[in-house]
Design a protein around this ligand. Structure first.
Ligand SMILES: [Zn+2]
Length: 298
């Protein structure tokens, strides 16, 4: 498999506000876990009149830490990259403390009745005050943020570009410490890959994921990140050509080096690729692709 140059070293203390670039401060929430790495990294952009990106969990100690970090300043914008429970629930409490409006893509989720929760789960109550549009810019003294829509991880995912530092707050779209969960129906592998290309084309100098440290070797990182997905897709096609027709048969072969407890998540990832392959006409199945569908190479 393509070796992704993961970055995992991060010096921080929970609840402290660290200046991590000339325009960016970060406060890490104390919610470490298998999908959040060390916890949710909340970014504060600017000085005096500031924007907050992904306020995080609705945990009183975390909200207090944000208020401390923002003391004496005016919050003009709260942005949420997507509606997962480790990103959005602190938006309303932070609004109560600051009066700032909340922006997000506002794209409605695609759920099914048997939805499998592969992540921290969805914040079903989340609704932005204002729906951002792709490419829309927002500014404050010395900073300009641009909404860069990147559905794939979730249907509503958006990143935010910081023009002055040629940086991108990449949310969970691109994370330095791990690959991202792409789980249908809300996750979409085809959109995900297209939006890796969309970010690559922008030649950002730095990516600031919501979890973990920044990615600075951006071009090489995204290239390896994408190559990893394409290798998985190649393995799926190889399984189909070897006569395996069901996702449950393929997963233990493709993910032979992975803990069996992760097979349900892996099966969803394979399904995400199958949906893309069926859409491209490279794989056939009867009806809408599902976990228990029978697949054959076209
Ligand atoms: Zn997420």
């Amino acid at each position: 498999m393509a070796k992704i140059p993961f970055v995992r070293d991060m010096a921080f203390a929970y609840g402290a506000s660290d200046q991590v670039s000339p325009l960016i401060r970060r406060v890490v929430a104390n919610n470490p876990g298998p999908f959040t790495f060390r916890g949710t990294g909340v970014y504060i952009v600017g000085k005096g009149s500031v924007a907050v990106i992904d306020p995080g969990t609705d945990d009183p100690a975390h909200i207090e830490a944000l208020k401390r970090a923002l003391a004496g300043e005016r919050v003009t914008h709260i942005f949420v990259t997507h509606r997962h429970l480790d990103h959005s629930p602190a938006a309303r409490p932070l609004q109560a403390a600051t009066g700032a409006k909340i922006w997000a893509s506002g794209i409605a989720p695609r759920f099914s009745s048997d939805d499998f929760v592969a992540e921290e789960g969805d914040d079903l109550r989340f609704k932005p005050d204002i729906v951002a549009t792709d490419g829309e810019t927002f500014s404050g003294p010395g900073w300009t943020l641009e909404a860069v829509f990147t559905p794939g991880h979730t249907s509503d995912h958006m990143c935010l570009a910081l023009h002055e530092e040629n940086a991108l707050f990449s949310g969970d779209h691109i994370m330095g410490w791990s690959t991202t969960v792409v789980s249908p129906p809300d996750g979409d592998m085809d959109a995900y890959l297209a939006n890796l290309d969309k970010v690559q084309a922008r030649n950002f100098a730095t990516l600031w994921p919501t979890h973990g440290p920044p990615v600075v070797a951006v071009r090489a990182f995204i290239e390896a990140y994408r190559a990893h997905r394409m290798e998985r897709e190649g393995q799926i096609i190889a399984r189909l050509q070897a006569g395996q027709t069901r996702i449950t048969e393929m997963v233990p072969v493709i993910y032979a080096d992975v803990d069996a407890r992760l097979y349900p998540a892996a099966a969803h990832s394979v399904l995400a690729h199958m949906i893309r392959l069926v859409k491209q006409g490279r794989v056939r199945t009867a009806g809408a692709p599902a976990l228990d569908s029978e697949f054959t190479p076209a």
